[in-house]
Design a protein around this ligand. Structure first.
Ligand SMILES: *[C@@H]1O[C@H](CO)[C@@H](O)[C@H](O)[C@H]1NC(C)=O
Ligand SMILES: *[C@@H]1O[C@H](CO)[C@@H](O)[C@H](O)[C@H]1NC(C)=O
Length: 486
């Protein structure tokens, strides 16, 4: 969506146009690749370019909360008890991401690191020695997370353990894991899932409150947890194209600090909410009528942000014209001529390309390429009549108009500009041109001298019409003049 690269048109150098942050572009993606296409206008060709963005260690591991308070009941926290701690998060990838945890501060506790699904490290506090509130009511610890960069970066969280008097029952969630599927267009404010926990204790020790235990920054902007009911509702609209699944952990704790955690998975399902985008990458605006069939007229690209069938953009061409669509590669299409064109038949085309995705109902869009057909001198002038004849009374006046011939040419402009000329010939030994003349622009035939029936009874001649093309095309017509006796 953002143009990260620019192209120097003359040199072909691809340069960065924006600051590129791998963590912002490709969070959770191992190989971060940006794609772009370069079009060589003259050749009507495109090339695909892939640029891989390499990670540098520019983020330190970070705990969402710099300070955590744990409440432990002195009679329930035995040596060997484990308490989950919040994870740190480092958006860098590979060795630059989070590698290890370290705990310091107090010999009552040690650190264990569990490896969760997908290799995620989960720090846990392990109680080494039994707690005695009367001896120490507060233990202060520091948890340090380090990444594997060179040099390595670290983040710390302070942990305060408050030792409490007895509380016999912890809250218990009705399920260890809650999973729901919701469509991406569910309205803001809807309740998506409700995890509820019960606590057998009475009073404050049995009063359950809920909080997010583990949640990503993005998810925390989207979901609201009601601390009294445990209902998770939508704060901001979902977008399958951005995040298709959210994993959260919810904690239920009673008034004395005992708790249970449950995992909540919210799977977002795709709704066909994006229409295919059709872009004309390159197009001709004029084409000569003698262009061979198969000439590329336009290059188009179709893209749909939805996924699966909802994101499969298919193109088609409005039928009837002398064009066909070729699928060049992936989502590229080219419009080519399917036969030779004839400007005298159709001089202008609006070629409409339509794109439809595979959703139901399917979304559509279209693009129009306007094309003008340029003339080629492929038509000769055509006389209005197959032959001309006229009767001329003898003793006519010299310079009299005898008849007009007329020819038209279906081409355009200079190619259609017709001029007339008298064909060579002789009448009784004299040049025909001394008897008659033809006006080049109008085709009017004049008698140059007075005819004498007793001398000439009939004159046959040819008039030639020629157009202004290069090379010019021409045609002839025969004209017969009959002299009438007086
Ligand atoms: C092509 O579209 C333009 C703009 O809508 C319109 O003015 C023109 O008449 C159309 N030409 C043809 C041959 O349909
Ligand atoms: C027309 O006549 C001229 C001269 O008679 C001849 O050279 C020419 O080839 C003719 N053209 C056509 C198209 O018949």
């Amino acid at each position: 969506r953002t143009q990260y690269f620019g192209l120097h048109g003359k040199t072909g150098h691809l340069v960065t146009a924006e600051r590129i942050d791998r963590e912002q572009l490709c969070e959770r993606v191992r190989q971060c690749v940006l794609r772009c296409e370069v079009i060589v206008e003259g050749e009507m060709k495109f090339y695909e370019i892939e640029v891989e963005i390499m990670d540098i260690n520019d983020n330190a591991p970070n705990f969402r909360e710099a300070e955590t308070e744990l409440r432990m009941s002195e009679d329930r926290a035995w040596a060997g008890s484990r308490f989950p701690l919040r994870n740190a998060h480092d958006p860098d990838s590979g060795p630059n991401s989070l590698q290890s945890y370290e705990l310091s501060g107090d010999d009552h506790f040690s650190l264990a690191v569990q490896t969760g699904p997908g290799g995620a490290q989960r720090p846990e506090l392990v109680l080494v020695k039994a707690l005695d509130r009367e001896e120490a009511a507060l233990h202060e610890l520091v948890l340090r997370a380090s990444d594997g960069g060179e040099p390595s970066r670290t983040g710390t969280a302070r942990i305060r353990v408050l030792v409490l008097d007895a509380n016999d029952n912890a809250p218990v969630f009705s399920q260890a894991e809650y999973a729901v599927r919701v469509e991406e267009d569910v309205p803001v404010g809807s309740t998506l899932v409700s995890g509820s926990a019960t606590d057998a204790d009475e009073g404050l020790n049995g009063h359950v409150k809920y909080s997010f235990h583990k949640i990503s920054d993005r998810s925390s902007e989207m979901f609201h947890l009601d601390s009294e009911t445990g209902e998770i509702s939508l704060k901001d609209s979902l977008d399958f194209e951005k995040i298709s699944s959210h994993e959260l952990e919810v904690q239920a704790h009673d008034g004395a600090g005992l708790f249970d955690t449950a995992k909540v998975t919210i799977m977002v399902t795709d709704v066909n909410d994006n229409e295919p985008e059709l872009t004309v990458s390159s197009a001709l605006s004029e084409i000569s009528e003698d262009a061979p069939h198969g000439t590329v007229v336009a290059l188009l690209h179709v893209q749909d942000r939805d996924s699966g069938a909802n994101g499969e953009g298919r193109c088609s061409l409005d039928g009837g014209g002398p064009f066909q669509l070729r699928s060049s590669r992936g989502s590229y299409y080219s419009v080519v001529t399917s036969r030779e064109l004839d400007r005298e038949e159709v001089s202008e085309y609006n070629v409409t390309v339509r794109a439809a995705d595979g959703g139901s109902p399917s979304l559509r869009s279209s693009a129009v390429v306007a094309l003008r057909v340029l003339d080629v001198n492929d038509n000769a002038p055509v006389f209005a009549e197959a032959r001309y004849s006229a009767r001329v009374a003898e003793n006519n006046a010299a310079g009299a108009l005898v008849l007009r011939v007329r020819a038209t040419d279906a081409d355009w402009g200079q190619n259609a500009r017709v001029r007339y000329r008298l064909g060579e010939g002789r009448v009784r030994g004299a040049a025909l041109s001394s008897y008659v003349s033809v006006e080049a622009e109008t085709g009017a035939l004049y008698a140059l001298r007075s005819f004498d029936y007793e001398e000439v009874r009939e004159v046959g001649l040819w008039v030639r019409a020629e157009d202004g093309g290069a090379p010019a095309l021409s045609s002839n017509v025969s004209v017969r003049l009959e002299i009438v006796d007086e």
